[in-house]
Design a protein around this ligand. Structure first.
Ligand SMILES: *Cc1c(COP(=O)(O)O)cnc(C)c1O
Length: 390
């Protein structure tokens, strides 16, 4: 239809959504959908949140943009708040996850070059997803994402996820490595959780070798797993952590946070962004973070996740083609033994929005404001679709 004028990066769309409220979306014909995807982990506080709508309206009628040549109070307040929550000391604001990750990779390069390394190299994981810019698609561990975009960027090495011994072997054979970059839960890769012990081992390895430990929490951050950042469950403190998706609840904003020496590598002229950290994005994100920190959102994220995971486990316990149900809070994967892309359109027909990633993993990223009843509804719509899936 009207998609003719768009580059065909997303293929055919299955529905046209024109409005939303809370955990519900509706299309141009007025059909309602229960949202178990949150616009890919973005709208964690749901749609048309009244306090966010008024934060947008207030700031839009005051000052939308003025450039980073000037101090921006909401940018400073947001940075302070994120530092307070995370224990990091300094923030760079971007407009997306990939850009937050570019900032992290540039910090790693500064660290490596400062150490006198010839070809500063960032160690990334099999199956990783870090974005679609040239550096971040190189860092991603999927040939599908890279194919056709060669030459890839130099300065990346790759190892297996959740396998510290393999990384130690790689470290012994590559003295150019200066940082590890890892998603503490691989999202696009199929909801694979890093073990707490593994995150601690990564910290130890980085301390031993003077590498930066960098976490990509673009998807896992902003309360989704029941804490502001997923790594906070393990108590491991990274040198750099990035986030984006849920930070603006739909207002485009990303952040790269750093601690210790890593926080002071960037100097005037090293990096920048015209839009990054503008008054509109920051005042809305500040409201998002206040809402996340003030109520019972983290407990709700955990409770909703438990209802959905336990409900699905019960309903699907004897289903041979269900391989595993795993996740943390509002980040859930149901892995089947076969590709299951068509479950997405099946679910849409039944008024439920889900996603399928890594070919055979149903991914749920429900908004954290769901009621218990809505979470149960996700189970009651989805379980029969998975059970009967051929
Ligand atoms: C979505 C995602 C990105 C990319 O974010 P964009 O905003 O699409 O650039 C990077 N890393 C992870 C872990 C993601 O989930």
């Amino acid at each position: 239809m009207g998609d003719k004028s768009l580059m065909n990066t997303y293929g055919d769309r299955a529905a046209t959504l024109v409005g939303g409220e809370g955990a519900w979306l509706y299309d141009e014909k007025g059909k309602k959908y229960l949202d178990a995807l949150s616009g890919i982990a973005v709208c964690g506080l749901g749609h048309s949140h009244p306090q966010l709508s008024s934060a947008i309206a207030d700031q839009a009628s005051t000052l939308i943009h003025c450039s980073n040549f000037f101090s921006i109070p909401s940018q400073q307040q947001l940075a302070e708040k994120l530092c307070h929550i995370s224990g990091m000391t300094n923030v760079f604001f971007s407009n997306s996850g990939a850009e937050a990750n570019e900032a992290a990779i540039k910090i790693a390069r500064l660290h490596g070059n400062k150490k006198g390394i010839q070809l500063p190299t960032v160690l990334v994981m099999d199956n990783a997803f870090h974005g679609r810019t040239l550096a971040t698609l190189t860092a991603s561990g999927s040939r599908k994402i890279q194919a056709g975009f060669e030459p890839l960027v130099r300065g990346f090495a790759r190892g297996p996820f959740n396998d510290i011994e393999a990384l130690r072997t790689i470290a012994e054979n590559n003295s150019d490595i200066c940082a590890i970059f890892v998603e503490p839960i691989q999202g696009e890769g199929g909801i694979h959780l890093a073990e707490s012990a593994y995150l601690k081992q990564l910290r130890d390895l980085c301390d031993e070798l003077d590498w930066l430990l960098m976490f990509d929490e673009v998807q896992t951050g902003n309360g989704r797993t029941g804490k502001y950042f997923y790594h906070q469950h393990s108590g491991v403190q990274p040198d750099v952590v990035t986030t984006a998706k849920g930070l603006g609840n739909g207002m485009p904003i990303g952040a790269c946070l750093a601690d210790g020496d890593a926080a002071h590598l960037m100097q005037p002229g090293n990096h920048g962004s015209t839009f990054g950290g503008n008054p509109l994005a920051c005042s809305v994100a500040l409201k998002v973070v206040e809402l996340l920190e003030s109520g019972d959102i983290y407990q709700r994220a955990t409770a909703i996740g438990d209802i959905i995971m336990q409900g699905l486990a019960l309903e699907l316990k004897d289903v041979a083609h269900v391989k595993e149900i795993r996740g943390c809070g509002c980040m859930i994967g149901i892995e089947l033994t076969k590709p299951c892309k068509s479950l997405y359109t099946e679910a849409l027909k039944h008024g439920l929005i889900i996603n399928v990633t890594a070919d055979s993993v149903v991914r749920l990223l429900p908004p954290m404001i769901m009621t218990d009843q809505e979470a149960q509804q996700v189970v009651s719509i989805l379980a029969p679709l998975i059970r009967d899936f051929q």
